[in-house]
Design a protein around this ligand. Structure first.
Ligand SMILES: Nc1nc2c(ncn2[C@@H]2O[C@H](COP(=O)(O)OP(=O)(O)O)[C@@H](O)[C@H]2O)c(=O)[nH]1
Ligand SMILES: [Mg+2]
Length: 302
């Protein structure tokens, strides 16, 4: 069985940096990783990619040939990829034996809650190649510094979850920068747990610009709370503990922790309820290696 992650999120949320950092981390804990770049707008890649959409279609060619802007061009590229899914499948087949897959996707958010092309590509791969993929949705943590932007991040996360229908982990990325945007209105837990949005509504209603949208804000917050699906974990890609915590969550969500276990249903449920400790000791063992490699890691991430 092949496991992996589909890395999505708005432009600049840190997807490419994440794929680079995550592939380094997973390699250090002993997994063989392949990064697949499906974002035609990625200019220079910090990682070595096993498959690159550039070899199928180039965004610049599409924009010129069809007189499209970057957004229309990306939608075209994803449509083209969907039509040529055989190309991607044949490129992935040699990796299926022993690789963990990281897919770096475009940042145009409408591709993941509106259009069906990217979803069809992902679900097509899952079905045909028997993959176990988790959607890792990165949202820049600076959106927490503004209640209105935070509500839109919640709505984006919810609609992406509902559209993609994959195991899903929402991540507040670049958490190391959160303090540089000034003091938050609430503790960080408030933003990660998404438990009671009435405080947020109160805050928004105090702002004269948003006060006139009081009813709309309430309705939007009600939708988010009624579904009760969205929460966030945090990530600083340069902090190994932060990456390790996220890997534990993802491994639980796509079933990696059960891989290779041949046990009774009772054993499975025991594994499911306890904390994930699959390679805790291995992580501890690589700490030393990490410290040695730290310079390289930091250089690659900046
Ligand atoms: N401080 C900090 N910067 C980050 C982090 N992740 C990404 N970045 C920076 O955010 C910018 C955009 O990242 P990129 O990976 O290109 O985003 P993408 O458009 O989603 O692929 C780059 O300058 C990265 O160095 C992080 O965890 N912390
Ligand atoms: Mg990118």
């Amino acid at each position: 069985m092949v496991f992996g992650q589909v890395v999505i999120g708005p432009p600049g949320s840190g997807k490419t940096t994440y794929c680079n950092g995550m592939s380094q981390f997973l390699s250090l804990i002993g997994r063989k990783v392949a990064v697949i770049n499906l974002d035609p707008a990625n200019d220079s890649l910090p990682y070595e990619c096993a498959v690159n959409i550039e070899h199928l279609i180039k965004l610049s060619d599409v924009m010129m040939e069809h007189s499209l802007g970057p957004n229309g061009g990306l939608v075209y590229c994803m449509d083209y990829l969907e039509k040529n899914i055989d190309w991607l499948q044949s490129k992935l087949k040699p990796l299926l034996k022993d690789h963990y897959l990281l897919f770096d996707l475009p940042g145009q958010v409408e591709l993941f809650f509106l259009h069906s092309n990217a979803k069809n590509v992902i679900t097509g791969l899952i079905k045909k190649l028997n993959l176990r993929l988790t959607a890792v949705h990165l949202v820049d943590a600076h959106l927490c510094s503004d209640p209105g932007k935070y509500v839109s991040a919640l709505l984006l996360s919810l609609s992406t979850m509902l559209h993609l229908e994959l195991p899903h982990v929402n991540v507040l990325s670049k958490i190391d920068l959160i303090e540089s945007y000034g003091k938050l209105d609430f503790n960080l837990d408030f933003y990660t747990d998404v438990q009671d949005l009435s405080y947020l509504q109160y805050k928004l209603n105090q702002d004269p610009h948003s006060a006139k949208y009081r009813k709309l804000t309430k309705e939007l917050c009600d939708v988010i709370e009624d579904y009760s699906l969205v929460d966030f974990t945090t990530l600083d890609i340069q902090d190994k503990e932060s990456v390790a915590n996220l890997v534990r969550l993802i491994d639980k969500s796509n079933g990696y922790i059960f891989a290779g276990i041949d046990a009774s249903a009772v054993e499975f449920s025991k594994i499911a309820v306890r904390d994930v400790d699959w390679d805790y000791y291995r992580v501890a063992a690589v700490q030393e290696k990490y410290i040695k490699d730290d310079d390289n890691f930091d250089d690659d991430e900046t």
